[in-house]
Design a protein around this ligand. Structure first.
Ligand code: CUA
Length: 439
């Protein structure tokens, strides 16, 4: 009864579920038996026709006492016994396990591998090898929970705890913080990627990203983040108004007006660097006049100090001295490369290079625009109350003329209206093909 458990992706999952189902079934059995008896007696011996029906008074039954003491005791011992056995199975292979350090902090999970590789909000493990996650926390209690692996353990500041699992299938699984730890507790998630041994080796030894970042000047790093993190989708460099304020001459703008009527003043207490930092980490703190609030995701916990300094340096560089960058015409190389791509690849390429990713998520979460996940073929309501079906024609129209149909709950005028010149029929077909893979 009640078999609603998530996918079994670890070696231990079937035994955990087996015991869990037994406990559930026994609980259901006793609940039904006890409450059933209660209801039965309440009806059977109710007061009828204004007359009490007295029940016989029974005192003491050694037989009954023994039965209802011994049976639950045996059941409890049985449950405890299998709990211990399964727990021991869980810790099997501890000595040869791959060790990953995980740190919980408000509100991210940070992972560190033995070779020094670090990731935030995502970790990768090889399939069919025991993994030991050593947990700790920097601020408050968090709890590390990967339902598909059937593991859950507290992360405690000042202590180390650990949890083990052996993944048996490749795939992507959700990791949660499952202990209330403050405002963004519900957003304290991480992605677990289980991959083949070879792919894992390649990934864990690939330090090129770290090295590249280390050798960049702050402004170069900022420029890379500007496109990687999707800032480019909403903040122009040439003064054009997109979803958010342009970065052009932003650094010099003392006294800009805010939505609440106040002005930003820079002085020794509140420097322009502090203003930019705050606006990246907590976008809602100061919203510039005439811009809507709540559209920018908060980057708190997603950028290191070095990365923040890089973005600040990059924004400082946009002082108008560099000629506004024209979009480079596609070189012959590029044209040939694009032509050689399959439709799905082409769609994914545009999704990333045209910065669709800044506003349209792939995992169903709502950013500025509707998520691409499950979008193709979806039916829904538009802002004007009519219905839409996300077929080929609808998607093409939405890219070429974004204001033609606005989905209920979203705002018009936020998406660029220049894609008609940039994306031709085959590009649109590519994006549609890519969307179809995101069901
Ligand atoms: Cu961390 Cu909830």
């Amino acid at each position: 009864m009640f078999r609603y458990l998530p996918e079994q992706a670890s070696k231990i999952a079937p035994s955990v579920d087996w015991l869990h189902n037994w406990i559930t079934d026994l609980s259901v059995l006793f609940t039904v038996a006890i409450c059933g008896a209660m209801v039965y007696f309440a009806i059977r011996y109710r007061k009828r026709d204004g007359v009490d029906h007295e029940t016989p008074r029974i005192e003491g039954s050694n037989f009954l006492e023994v039965v209802w003491t011994v049976v639950p005791t045996l059941i409890s011992i049985w449950v405890a016994y299998y709990g211990i056995v399964i727990y021991q199975d869980m810790r099997e292979g501890e000595n040869e396990a791959l060790v990953i350090n995980a740190v919980g902090k408000q509100w991210i999970w940070e992972f560190q591998y033995e070779n020094g590789k670090q990731t935030v909000g995502e970790f990768v493990v090889p399939v069919n090898r025991p993994v030991k996650v050593v947990l700790t926390a920097t601020d408050v209690l968090h709890s590390f929970f990967v339902p598909a692996m059937r593991i859950k353990k507290d992360a405690v500041p000042g202590h180390y705890t650990s949890v083990m699992f052996t993944p048996v299938k490749t795939g992507t699984y959700h990791t949660f913080c499952t202990e209330y730890c403050g405002t963004n507790h519900s957003g304290m998630l991480a992605k677990l990627n289980v991959v083949s041994e070879a792919e894992y080796e390649r990934w864990v030894n690939d330090r090129s990203d770290d090295l590249a970042k280390l050798s960049m000047t702050p402004a170069k790093l900022g420029a890379k983040l500007y496109s990687d993190k999707g800032c480019v989708a909403c903040h122009s460099l040439n003064g054009t108004r997109l979803v958010g304020p342009s970065f052009l001459k932003l650094y010099q703008q003392d006294g800009r007006k805010l939505a609440d009527g106040s002005e930003v003043k820079f002085d020794e207490k509140f420097s322009v660097e502090e203003y930019i930092r705050e606006s990246i980490l907590h976008p809602a703190a100061k919203v510039v006049e005439s811009y809507p609030n709540g559209l920018m995701p908060a980057f708190d916990g997603q950028l290191s100090d070095g990365e923040l300094k890089g973005l600040i340096a990059f924004i400082k560089e946009q002082d108008g001295s560099a000629p506004a960058q024209e979009e480079e015409p596609a070189s012959e190389d590029m044209t040939a490369k694009l032509a050689a791509m399959s439709l799905e690849e082409l769609g994914q390429f545009h999704y990333e290079s045209k910065a669709c990713n800044g506003c349209h998520s792939l995992d169903g979460s709502q950013i500025v625009g509707p998520s691409f996940k499950g979008l193709y073929g979806k039916k829904g309501e538009l802002a004007d109350g009519t219905e839409y079906v996300a077929d080929d024609a609808y998607i093409q129209e939405s890219i070429w003329d974004p204001n033609a149909k606005i989905v209920k709950g979203f705002q018009p005028n936020l998406m660029l209206q220049t894609y008609k010149d940039q994306l031709k029929e085959r590009d649109i077909q590519g994006i549609i093909a890519y969307m179809k893979t995101l069901q």
